[in-house]
Design a protein around this ligand. Structure first.
Ligand code: SF4
Length: 436
């Protein structure tokens, strides 16, 4: 059986697709890139906004029109919340309410349409490799116990469930055989172990990974500022080549009033203090955040507070989203909507500010050393602080793919960083290349 996959949404979803692919391959299926070569297409959906749901439906309709013979298996977050709508969509063979690879594999192999299968809790199992990627994702936990008023992900994914530390370490060992970097991901990784009352579980886990899994760099995916403890920062300070000094810490708003309506649990001052403390200790730091503009009731003054906070903090990039009411969430019931053009204007303003801050940071990095993981067949590199640089080598082509990590000096300027691998260097573990 030939199977193709299409994934919407975040790294956690991409990880889940890889587990499904691996399960199907272990049962003799062959993963193919093109739907026209496939008998089954697994569509892993996202429900972060109403638009994400609509996009998945448009994709499924197009897929069926272009490939009427393909059995479509719809899985993931949007499928968990809108199973009935997907069941009624032409071409859909099965709807799996969740991400469990075993259920998806059974649905894909079933000769007759199964339509709705509940499978919210992925079973045990280890991912050995991410197909076609230099970096691997490793999901530490699923679900979230917070109740942010705009978020539907927690509705789809359920309560916080952490994977056992031994299982995570074993999976990291497998992935490290093929990937120079592993991104530790999840729906709310700061919640790791908290459902069993262990507040330091994430730090202990990362310490174990760094100590027990060699030859690979780890990177944290999105983590809440209030859930970063000193142990994590210390690891980045002491071993930046093993734990990338990069935090993506959702801010959402710089106004306490708006944060309260969003049902976030911190004030702008708590966030600010945490970030400044971290930045003081990590001079090389990739720092990103999510910001929502135009949340219901957001005034010019609220927006000015967000802007002022962003100006002050050392962000290197931002993801700015206009508020989009999501069916089923409390925020969707709020009145006092901000007109679309006002939200768009605020978004443009913050994006421009973030771009300028990013440029300034990159300009400061020129002439300084970086640990770069080589991507795209060796033509691009990703630094520990999440900068993308081009790779120059003696013959003008990318570096050989075997040279997966380089210690090199960043050249160029704020708009075009590059590392030069044509300089004499010395290879070591994993084909790692040191360039003085
Ligand atoms: S912390 Fe808030 S935004 Fe993040 S997954 Fe949990 S409920 Fe959603």
């Amino acid at each position: 059986m030939n199977v193709c996959f299409h994934t919407f949404g975040c790294k956690a979803n991409q990880y889940d697709t890889e587990r499904m692919r691996q399960e199907l391959e272990s049962r003799g299926a062959v993963a193919v890139a093109e739907p026209r070569a496939a008998e089954v297409c697994v569509v892993n959906t996202c429900t972060v906004t109403n638009e994400a749901d609509a996009e998945a439906k448009r994709f499924i309709r197009r897929l069926h029109r272009g490939n009427p013979g393909v059995r479509i298996v719809v899985v993931g977050c949007s499928a968990a919340l809108r199973a009935a709508e997907y069941q009624a969509t032409p071409g859909v063979h099965a709807v799996v309410e969740g991400h469990d690879p075993l259920t998806v594999a059974e649905a894909a192999a079933a000769g007759r349409p199964l339509l709705q299968l509940s499978a919210r809790r992925p079973g045990p199992g280890l991912l050995a490799r991410r197909s076609g990627g230099t970096r691997a994702w490793l999901r530490l936990q699923d679900g979230c116990d917070r109740k942010c008023s705009f978020c539907a992900t927690r509705l789809a994914r359920g309560a916080n469930r952490s994977r056992p530390a031994d299982e995570v370490v074993a999976e990291a060992r497998l992935l490290a055989r093929f990937h120079p970097e592993i991104v530790l991901t999840g729906i709310h990784i700061g919640g790791y172990g908290r459902e069993v009352g262990c507040a330091l579980a994430l730090t202990r886990l990362v310490e174990r990974l760094v100590a027990e899994v060699s030859g690979v760099r780890f990177r944290l995916s999105s983590i809440e500022a209030t859930e970063v403890d000193d142990g994590l920062v210390r690891l980045m300070e002491n071993q930046p080549q093993r734990l990338a000094p990069h935090f993506h810490m959702p801010l959402q708003s710089g106004s306490d009033r708006v944060l309260q309506h969003m049902r976030r649990w911190y004030t702008h001052e708590q966030y600010r203090r945490r970030v400044l403390d971290i930045a003081e200790r990590l001079p090389v730091l990739g720092l990103g955040a999510d910001v929502i503009v135009g949340f219901p009731g957001e005034t010019d003054d609220d927006h000015a507070r967000t802007r002022a906070l962003i100006e002050e903090l050392p962000y290197t990039y931002l993801h700015v989203f206009p508020f989009s009411p999501k069916q089923g969430t409390y925020a969707a019931t709020l009145r006092d909507r901000v007109p679309r053009h006002v939200a768009a204007l605020r978004g443009r303003e913050l994006r421009a500010l973030a771009l300028e801050k990013g440029r300034r940071y990159r300009a400061r990095r020129v002439g300084t050393p970086a640990h770069a993981v080589l991507e795209s067949g060796g033509s691009k590199a990703l630094t520990e602080d999440y900068l993308r640089a081009h790779v120059r080598s003696a013959n003008g082509e990318g570096a050989p793919a075997a040279r997966r990590v380089a210690h090199a000096v960043l050249h160029g300027d704020a708009d075009h960083l590059y590392i030069d691998l044509s300089l004499p260097g010395r290879a070591n573990f994993n084909g790692e290349l040191s360039v003085p």
